[in-house]
Design a binder for this molecule. Structure first.
Ligand code: GLC
Length: 462
């Protein structure tokens, strides 16, 4: 008799093994379960990585660790008015933290990016924190947590930091390069899609979490709604690319002057990359990777596009177009391991200039066109939302076959993700947790409620 190997049971065992305890209570999970002798910071709990563990625990009916995590990370939030500009400003949440001990006493130390390469602030941490807090409340119904004064204060600090009017003429958020999952130079500075979709999702979550019990909270709530209206309009209107839009850009006039110009961002047709003209299928479309003055980044970024579907930032029609693109360009975007973090890779002189010759981000490796199994959960959630579950099942079949055999790597390399990533950690926690969340989503579409949003028509801000 052949006994089928229980991949899920192995994944659960690994996830349990990854738990970090603080004063006897579970508060997070390490980034990699077996980080090896050169652990760097992979023995820490990353906020963005933990979101996947948290969703797996919430789905499994184990919310305690998530509650503890939300409480402890809130206590690590930077709250001081910024006097020292080398330190994190108020509202910022750390990228990661770890438990340390001295004379038998345990304490937490947070890293806001100061310890990691190039000192990039993790813009996404506070956004994920809001999204996770809403998911926790949805599953448990425990409203007492976010009603607490210090939770409301934490939420407000995040919103104030994100909504402050600086040197900007767009509703999108201006950020430095590498301030999210892609945390090294990759040309994802200014207004990268990945951050803008997270920003939109976090604002929608904040709309559910912010209590309107005094004037200042009511004003903040109104600012959130206003920003959502303009952000949604801006992203839908200007980031969207399909064949029709590509044709328009291709025939744009440059250097137009005045109010009613067609080419609002002064994009030159010559900046359309050659690969795109062939690659974009008739029935497909996607949101561009970035948009700024004289600059449209035509690369496809997975987190932003899939999250836009899940949170209804993309319209129903656009969501179907994104899924069509994934189906039609399956070999490029999914290949041998779901799925590519972005497409295509930066090569040659572009790689030299944009990444600063980063040896970890060589073409088709790591953040530069590598395949990340953690992204399977987003593909599955987007497939559920668009009624295209066949795509998720196909991707799951590929992942399930390889992940156990390859010891749950962090990422894969190569144009189609055939090789285990050159410097990939094995037993990477979010690979494991992402797999479990994807499995649960395939089995039961109700889990989508944890982090999805219904579509909402905002009044035209223009
Ligand atoms: C790498 C990834 C980052 C992740 C961290 C821990 O730095 O770029 O996105 O959070 O590893 O897994």
């Amino acid at each position: 008799m052949i006994v089928k190997y229980d991949v899920e049971a192995e994944a659960w065992q690994l996830l349990e093994k990854s738990i970090i305890y603080y004063q006897g209570r579970p508060i997070g999970t390490v980034a990699a379960i077996e980080p090896g002798p050169d652990a760097l910071n992979y023995d820490q709990c990353f906020i963005r990585d933990f979101v996947l563990s948290a969703l797996a625990f919430l789905i499994k009916g184990k919310p305690e660790i998530v509650r503890n995590f939300l409480t402890e990370t809130l206590s690590l939030q930077s709250q001081e008015p910024q006097i020292d500009s080398f330190k994190p400003g108020p509202g910022l949440m750390p990228a990661s933290f770890k438990v340390e001990s001295e004379d038998g006493r345990e304490f937490l130390t947070a890293d806001f990016g100061e310890h990691a390469i190039a000192k990039v602030p993790p813009v996404d941490s506070c956004l994920w924190w809001l999204i996770l807090l809403r998911a926790y409340v949805k599953v448990t119904g425990d409203i007492s947590l976010f009603h607490q004064k210090h939770f409301q204060k934490g939420i407000k600090l995040i919103l104030q930091m994100c909504l402050v009017h600086r040197f900007a003429m767009y509703p999108t958020m201006l950020v430095p390069d590498g301030s999210f999952m892609i945390d090294r130079r990759m040309g994802v500075y200014e207004h990268p899609l990945e951050i803008q979709v997270l920003f939109y999702t976090a604002l929608r979550a904040a709309g559910d979490l912010l209590l309107r019990n005094d004037d200042s909270s009511c004003n903040l709530y109104n600012s959130v709604q206003k920003r959502l209206a303009s952000l949604t309009y801006h992203l839908r209107e200007y980031y969207w690319i399909d064949l029709k839009r590509l044709n328009e850009i291709y025939r744009y006039k440059g250097d137009e002057f005045g109010k009613e110009v067609a080419n609002k961002f002064n994009i030159y047709a010559d900046s359309i990359p050659h690969w795109l003209m062939e690659w974009l299928p008739d029935s497909g479309g996607y949101l561009a990777g970035n948009l700024g003055p004289g600059r449209m980044d035509f690369r496809f970024f997975t987190v932003g596009n899939l999250l836009a579907i899940i949170t209804s930032l993309a319209s129903d029609g656009e969501s179907q177009s994104i899924m069509n693109l994934i189906e039609k360009r399956w070999h490029d975007l999914v290949g041998n391991m779901p799925m590519k973090i972005c497409f295509p890779a930066l090569e040659g002189i572009e790689w030299r200039i944009v990444t600063g010759c980063d040896p970890k981000n060589t073409p088709w490796s790591y953040h530069n066109g590598g395949n990340w199994p953690v992204l399977l959960w987003l593909l599955t959630a987007a497939s559920q939302k668009t009624n295209r579950l066949d795509l998720a099942c196909k991707a799951m079949e590929i992942a399930e076959k390889r992940l156990v055999e390859d010891s749950w790597p962090e990422y894969y390399d190569g144009k189609n993700g055939r090789l285990i990533g050159k410097e990939a950690r094995k037993y990477q926690t979010w690979t494991v947790a992402g797999f479990l969340v994807a499995k649960a989503l395939i089995e039961n579409s109700r889990h989508l409620d944890l982090f999805s949003f219904e579509s909402h028509e905002y009044s035209n801000p223009i």
